[in-house]
Design a protein around this ligand. Structure first.
Ligand code: UD1
Ligand code: MG
Length: 456
């Protein structure tokens, strides 16, 4: 049986350069906290345990992440990366292998990490390193004459020759817990920063003849860490570029791949087209042939095949049937369900309502807490008055009804099948099926009336 996997995530650091009240690892990338990305990557490896080392920012971190099954090890004060891992050791299984990740390095691919766990399961130490055009600031990988990893030297402790090394330590490593614990116990802090360096473990291991196997990421973005808002924005763009590439490979047309933001999961059918500046949040599903106009925001939405969304729509928690036409400037709020071939026009807001097949709400309306049947036409400026200041009530509009413009439907109220409501009506009682109902003050013309004139 292979040894269990324990993951340690270092997240106690201050993140000074973010200049933020929010702990660094809670800053979002693609809509998810940095630490959330690291946890997701760890989850794909099905570890027996995940321990997060936290400190700066205090309990805000565990509270924000809110996952009860995680182990949290508090590091206070923060005396370096080696000291940080020491705080996690009591939580770890001595039989396990330990994968050490950084909470501010969000995009490491699970494949890369899996390869490292396989190496550690064979008893060796897997160390993720990368060659950088500009290695400044990183720990350098010092190799011996035979090319084997000998130790890691931090920037501030390095000689000019060592500073010339372009292979750097990403900080990510995987090794057996028992050996790690032994080396950590012997760490000193006699170095330029007066810190307990995790990296010194590599020197100890090499001195004891342990096998250290360098692994490399497939791309540099896998190992990029976030220290500043600039780096956060840069990595966000890289990530969005990758997402856009994957969508296009899969057959999605993006009018401009540089102007797309996916902050969750976006599933697309065949021949989906997405115009510029659209944002997708949460879980979004787009069926075959869906077209999304420019500047739309979609959150937790599913659009069936053939739906056309015109520019400037905001959809949240809505489900839309095939071939519906929506927008421009439509707002669909949670609980909206539109059937096939519905048509929702400009400045229409719909909430917690079902709209039946081929019904149209084309202009300037609010439809909330309503059940709208098939082939209903709702005229411009119609409002469901669903709220009396304390409670919400439903409006029911049955199949084939026609609601004249500027109607207020004071819920609870029902408009019967095929009923017609005259323009300007304030409907306070149910309207019978098949008949015209209206409430309207009688029109009046005053003969001989004259406009007042200003007195001299
Ligand atoms: C570390 C490595 C360096 C590597 C670099 C990669 C050491 C000594 N150096 O340097 O070789 O090239 O990362 O980015 O390990 N942290 C704690 N507690 C602490 C200190 C740090 O939890 O006391 C956490 C931070 O929150 C962060 C990570 O550890 O997530 C790395 O800390 P950081 O201070 O950025 O280390 P570097 O000096 O950059
Ligand atoms: Mg750093």
């Amino acid at each position: 049986m292979s040894s269990p996997l324990n993951v340690v995530i270092l997240a106690a650091g201050k993140g000074t350069r973010m200049k933020s009240d929010l702990p660094k690892v809670l800053h979002p990338l693609a809509g998810q906290p940095l630490l959330g990305h690291v946890l997701s990557a760890a989850d794909t490896l099905s570890p027996e345990k995940i321990c997060v080392v936290y400190g700066h920012g205090g309990e805000a971190l565990p509270q924000a992440i809110g996952r009860d099954e995680l182990a949290w090890a508090k590091q206070e004060p923060q005396l370096g990366t080696g000291h940080a891992v020491q705080q996690a050791v009591p939580h770890l299984d001595p039989e396990a292998i330990c994968l050490i990740l950084y909470g501010d390095v969000p995009l490491t691919r699970p494949e890369t990490l899996r390869e490292m766990t396989l190496i550690a399961r064979e008893g060796a130490i897997a160390l993720l390193t990368v060659r950088l055009a500009n290695p400044a600031g990183y720990g350098r990988i010092v190799r011996n004459a035979r090319g084997q990893v000998e130790r890691i030297v931090e920037q501030k402790d390095a000689s000019p020759e060592e500073l010339a090394i372009d292979e750097v330590n990403t900080g990510i490593l995987c090794l057996p817990v028992a050996k790690l614990a032994g080396w950590l116990a012997r760490l000193g802090n006699n170095n330029a920063q007066g810190e307990y360096y995790l990296t010194d473990v590599i020197g100890m291991a090499a001195a004891e003849g342990e096998k250290i196997i360098p692994c490399h990421p497939a791309a540099e973005w896998e190992v990029l860490g976030i220290n500043s808002r600039q780096q956060l924005a840069q990595l966000e763009r890289m990530h969005q570029h990758n997402v856009a590439e994957a969508l296009m490979v899969q057959g999605v047309t993006l009018i401009d791949p540089a102007r797309l933001d996916v902050r969750g999961t976006l599933e697309c059918g065949r021949d989906v087209l997405i115009d510029v500046n659209c944002v997708f949040e949460g879980a979004v599903t787009l069926g075959d042939g869906v077209k999304i106009g420019a500047n739309c925001v979609l959150k937790n939405v599913s659009l069936a095949a053939g739906v056309v969304l015109q520019p400037f729509c905001h959809l949240d928690g809505a489900k839309v049937g095939a071939d519906a036409r929506i927008g421009p400037f439509s707002r669909l709020r949670p609980g909206t369900e539109l059937a096939e071939e519905t048509h929702i026009g400009n400045f229409v807001e719909i909430k917690n309502s079902q709209v039946g097949f081929n019904s149209k709400i084309s202009h300037l309306s609010y439809v909330g807490d309503a059940t709208v049947g098939r082939k209903v036409n709702i005229g411009a400026g119609t409002i469901t008055c669903n709220y009396d200041g304390a409670n919400k009530f439903r409006t029911v509009i049955e199949d084939g009804a026609f609601i004249g413009s500027d109607t207020q439907l004071v819920a609870p109220v029902t408009v019967g099948q095929g009923a017609t409501i005259g323009a300007g009506t304030t409907l306070t009682k149910d309207a019978p099926a098949g008949q015209l109902t209206l409430s309207r003050a009688k029109q009046l013309t005053l003969p001989g009336w004259q406009r007042p004139v200003k007195k001299k």
